[in-house]
Design a protein around this ligand. Structure first.
Ligand SMILES: NC(=O)c1ccc[n+]([C@@H]2O[C@H](COP(=O)([O-])OP(=O)(O)OC[C@H]3O[C@@H](n4cnc5c(N)ncnc54)[C@H](OP(=O)(O)O)[C@@H]3O)[C@@H](O)[C@H]2O)c1
Length: 261
C-alpha cells in the first residue's frame, strides 16, 4: 500500500509513528517537506517515509490512500490546485470540514472518509472515530488502538466533543494538584500520585462492561468521601459547566459546517 500525507504536523506525525510501530503492510509514505523538523525526522527514522517538495508529488506518489492533515483554514487553498487520481481514496483528518466541501475542493472521485485520530495513536493506544465505513481505514486504525465507525454527521460531530476535552483533562488535574499543593505537598509527588490514580481508573473503565453510573456507584460508598465530592461538584454546577462547554463547542462545529455550505 502506498500512502501520503498533505500536511506533516503533529497529528500526521502521530499517525505515521503508529503505523510504523504497528508494522502495517505499507510500502511507502509520501509527505510534504512542510514542518521540516517533523518531515525530516520521520524520513530519518523510517526508510519508508519519502519527503517531496510539493503537494502534487505527494498525491502522485500515494496511489492508494492520501491523508489530509492541514488546518481547516488552510484546506481550501491547499486542496483546490491538486489533481487526484481517479478513484484515489482520501482520509481527511481536518476537523469541522464536511465531506461535501472536500469533494468539491479536491474534485476527487474516490471515497472520502473523515477520521479523528488522537495523539496516542502513536503508541497504538487511541480509538479513532471514522465518519463512515472504509475497509482500508478500519484495518489501519484498528491496529492503532481501535475504531468507532459512525453512521451520521450528528454522531460524528458528537464524538468530536470528547476529543476536545484533552486540555480539560489536564486542566482538571492542574486544579487538583494546585489544591493539594496548598496543603504543602510537593508538585511532583502530587502529580505522580494523581496521574497513576487516573491511569488506573481509566484502565478500569476501558476494561469493564459496566456503564459510568455503575462504575461511579461502585467507587462511591454511600455517604463516603467519593460520594461527597461528586455531590458537592454537581450541586456547585460542575456538571452544568461541563455540559455548557460541550454545547458551545458543538455550536462552533455546526456554525463552521454551515459557513462552508
Ligand atoms: N493535533 C491533534 O490532536 C488532532 C487530532 C485530530 C485531528 N486534527 C486535525 O488535523 C489537522 C492538522 O492538525 P495538527 O495538529 O497536525 O496541525 P499542525 O501541526 O499545525 O499541522 C498542519 C500542517 O499543515 C502544513 N501545511 C500548512 N500549509 C501547507 C501547504 N500549503 N502545503 C502543505 N502543508 C501545509 C503545516 O506545515 P508548516 O508547519 O510548514 O506550516 C503543518 O505541517 C487539523 O485540521 C486538526 O483539526 C488534529
Amino acid at each position: 500500500m502506498k500512502i501520503g500525507f498533505i500536511g506533516t504536523g503533529d497529528i500526521a506525525e502521530a499517525v505515521i509513528t503508529g503505523m510504523m510501530r504497528a508494522e502495517l503492510p505499507i510500502d511507502s509514505i509520501a509527505v510534504s517537506a512542510r514542518s521540516q523538523h517533523i518531515s525530516s525526522k520521520l524520513a530519518q527514522e523510517y526508510a519508508k517515509v519519502q519527503v517531496f517538495d510539493d503537494n502534487q508529488q505527494v498525491v502522485d506518489a500515494a496511489c492508494d490512500l492520501i491523508f489530509l492533515s492541514v488546518l481547516p483554514q488552510q484546506a481550501e487553498a491547499v486542496l483546490t490546485p491538486l489533481q487526484f487520481r481517479n478513484g484515489q481514496e482520501i482520509a481527511s483528518l481536518i476537523s469541522t470540514i464536511p465531506v461535501e466541501n472536500l469533494a468539491e475542493w479536491t474534485g476527487a472521485t474516490g471515497p472520502i472518509t473523515r477520521a479523528i485520530p488522537l495523539p496516542p495513536v502513536a503508541e497504538l493506544r487511541a480509538v479513532t472515530v471514522l465518519s463512515g465505513p472504509s475497509a482500508r481505514l478500519e484495518a489501519i486504525f484498528d491496529q492503532l488502538g481501535g475504531v468507532v465507525v459512525t453512521h451520521s454527521l450528528d454522531e460524528m460531530n458528537a464524538l468530536t466533543i470528547p476529543s476536545a476535552l484533552m486540555g480539560t483533562f489536564f486542566g482538571l488535574q492542574e486544579i487538583i494538584v494546585d489544591w493539594v499543593g496548598t496543603k504543602g505537598v510537593p508538585e511532583p509527588d502530587a502529580r505522580r500520585y494523581l496521574s497513576s490514580l487516573f491511569l488506573a481508573l481509566a484502565q478500569t473503565g476501558a476494561g469493564s462492561d459496566r456503564t459510568f453510573p455503575e462504575l461511579r456507584a461502585a467507587h462511591s460508598t454511600p455517604g463516603g468521601l467519593n460520594a461527597q465530592i461528586f455531590q458537592v461538584f454537581t450541586e456547585g454546577g460542575g456538571d452544568k459547566a461541563l455540559t455548557e462547554a460541550m454545547d458551545s463547542v458543538m455550536n462552533r462545529i455546526l456554525a463552521a459546517s454551515a459557513k462552508q455550505d
